[in-house]
Design a protein around this ligand. Sequence first.
Ligand SMILES: Cc1cc2nc3c(=O)[nH]c(=O)nc-3n(C[C@H](O)[C@H](O)[C@H](O)COP(=O)(O)OP(=O)(O)OC[C@H]3O[C@@H](n4cnc5c(N)ncnc54)[C@H](O)[C@@H]3O)c2cc1C
Ligand code: FES
Length: 279
Amino acid sequence: MSAPELNSIPISARIQTIRRLTADTALFRLQLDGDRTFPFIPGQFVQLSVPGGGEVPISPADLPAVDGTIELCVRRFGHVTSLLHRSRTGDRVGIRGPFGNGFPVDAMAGKDVLLLAGGLGIAPLRSLLFHLLRHRSDIRSLTLMYGAREPAVMLFKDELLELATTGSLRLLLTVDFLSDTGQAEPACNVGLLPALLKGVQLEPGRSCAAVCGPPALYRCTIDELLLAGVAEDDIYLSLERRMKCGVGLCCHCAVGQLLCCCEGPVFSYRDIKNIPGAL
Ligand SMILES: Cc1cc2nc3c(=O)[nH]c(=O)nc-3n(C[C@H](O)[C@H](O)[C@H](O)COP(=O)(O)OP(=O)(O)OC[C@H]3O[C@@H](n4cnc5c(N)ncnc54)[C@H](O)[C@@H]3O)c2cc1C
Ligand code: FES
């Protein structure tokens, strides 16, 4: 099957497992029909269709698997995602894609790499994290800074702590506030994510950062990254826009003159800093 055909016709898949992560977020492992593989670059997205609902853009949360499975971490938000959350294992869905550019993993070679995830932004960055860990010798250092609202909604915490024990990854976790009990969370700072960057000094040209999270995160994080010495070209931001066609036809996802579905969703700060409304 040729690439354009692959992108416009959904591939049928069966929900293999559903792992509830928090009250409103779950990790869905899909088994593609025919055990076909689904290659993608971390940061690209798929259009997930739920029968009777419609399509939603979702970024895979793991790496392309040889066994024909794909993992999507989905928060219950509106119509389609609520329908998905009511699904059971064995139910069928469809996926089209992959779409967009993804993170420029080759440009990260030889660098100190910082991943900054806010809230659900950890989903696409988990895929990038797995990729970088698999190719760890290609980069100089790897740091993940991940901020969540409160301990109860921090995703993949145990998995991340375990990965950090290997020594391949420096992990900094933070929560905006503690839970009602006020009980201190081991291995977790309290404060906003950009605060973790205060005082960090990186070598311009030898460092880069990938940021994914809610829109409010971007402005203050960018200022701190620039102060820390990361060049504008080396700050990669994943933008979330409303997607429909996913292939540059409907303009639903326009960011100024740029189309988020094909020229993004990952942009360098330099590319979008002068586009009104981009950030
Ligand atoms: C590239 C990309 C990757 C994404 N990756 C993930 C992921 O890994 N996990 C995940 O849980 N979610 C992800 N999302 C967000 C997800 O696509 C939306 O939560 C989903 O489309 C909501 O659909 P719904 O039918 O449940 O809600 P709807 O019923 O369509 O929407 C509920 C409300 O949200 C508004 N809305 C819907 N989508 C958007 C949007 N994209 N931007 C602004 N407002 C919107 C609607 O206007 C409406 O007011 C991603 C989005 C993009 C663009
Ligand atoms: S989603 Fe249609 S042009 Fe981008």
